[in-house]
Design a protein around this ligand. Structure first.
Ligand code: CU
Length: 336
């Protein structure tokens, strides 16, 4: 399919291909409309120019072709809507994964300007939350203490990092603490507004882990000829969010290129390295929600089932914050 390989990001979800297909159909239809209406516009410019028509006429257009064109457009649009959009929407929005599918249920609480991801822990029960307990630094969702509500004892709250397994349904209960945000994960073809005062369910399933997604996104980068000077510095700066996908000159795969690494590579005569985004699956806020909207982004960590279970079993014992996983500060300083 042209769309998925040419202008859309990779699709790693089970449902995304149907969305991509309708995006492609709509674009082709718009190409046809553009050519047709553009040609008609040019024809009118010539046919009804002032030189040939010194006096305007006020009679209705009686031509049959214009009526026929309108009818054809209405029919095609009706097919797109009734034949494609509504079924896709109905299928994916009316049928949340039930208990038989054992979905991973997660609360996502959006706020200016972060994503709080609340896991129920191994007991599968969300602990109670109270607004008065919210502490932006230590308890962003206002979770009660384990002694007050046993269900809260093993809960885990992650900020900006959404851990999930592949090949398992994920059911997100989406809400917002303050204004309207939009939970968007382009690679999973997910986008849903988060509305304060409402809890909106949204569900999806990933077919690829982060590593597999990086394999899809890997591409070669030509290294600068010298490891010193402006060109080298620019290269390192521009690629600081990417990692190497193979071992080069003794530098193991999965590394961010530093100036030192670059020197090692250039000295060893390496001219090109394969790289991919270090965090390939982004969560973005797709609703302009305030001054810090641009930095309201998170990352998905999609694991193999066993790796996820291993992470999840210990998650509740960790600190609330997981900042080492997500080094976004350098970028913030630059932007501000
Ligand atoms: Cu936002």
């Amino acid at each position: 399919m042209i769309a998925s390989s040419f202008w859309l990001p990779p699709d790693i979800s089970t449902h995304g291909s149907t969305i991509d297909l309708i995006i492609e159909y709509v674009h082709w239809f718009m190409v046809v409309l553009f050519i047709a209406w553009g040609s008609y516009f040019l024809y009118c410019l010539v046919r009804f120019r002032a030189g040939a028509n010194p006096k305007a006429t006020y009679r209705d257009a009686k031509a049959k072709p214009s009526k026929a064109a309108e009818v054809v457009v209405i029919i095609i649009e009706a097919i797109l809507l009734v034949g494609f959009s509504i079924p896709v929407w109905a299928y994916y929005r009316s049928d949340p994964p039930g208990n038989d599918k054992n979905p991973l249920v997660v609360r996502v609480v959006a706020q200016q300007f972060a994503w709080n991801i609340h896991y129920p822990g191994p007991d599968g029960k969300f602990g109670a939350t109270k607004p008065e307990l919210v502490d932006e630094a230590l308890n962003p969702v206002g979770l009660v203490d384990g002694s007050e509500d046993p269900a809260a004892a093993d809960d885990y709250v992650s900020v900006n990092i959404f851990h999930m397994p592949k090949d398992r349904d994920v059911l997100v209960r989406l809400s917002s603490k303050d204004v309207i945000h939009s939970f968007a994960v382009p690679l999973l073809r997910v986008k849903q507004d988060a509305i304060p005062g409402m809890e909106i369910p949204i569900w999806f399933k990933a077919e690829k882990t982060n590593e597999e997604t990086q394999e899809i996104m890997r591409r070669p980068f030509d290294l600068p000829e010298s490891a010193e000077g402006e060109e080298a510095e620019t290269f390192v700066k521009e690629n600081r969010l990417r990692i190497t996908m193979d071992e080069y000159a003794g530098i193991p795969a999965g590394m961010t290129l530093s100036m030192d690494h670059l020197k090692t590579l250039v000295d060893a005569g390496v001219t090109s390295v394969d790289m991919a985004p270090g965090f390939p699956v982004n969560i973005q806020c797709a609703q302009l929600c305030g001054l810090g909207h641009y930095r309201m982004k998170g990352q998905m960590k999609i694991y193999e089932t066993a790796d996820f279970e291993a992470w999840y079993a210990d998650a509740g014992k960790e600190e609330v914050f997981d900042e080492d996983d997500f080094d976004d500060e350098e970028e913030d300083e630059e932007d501000e």
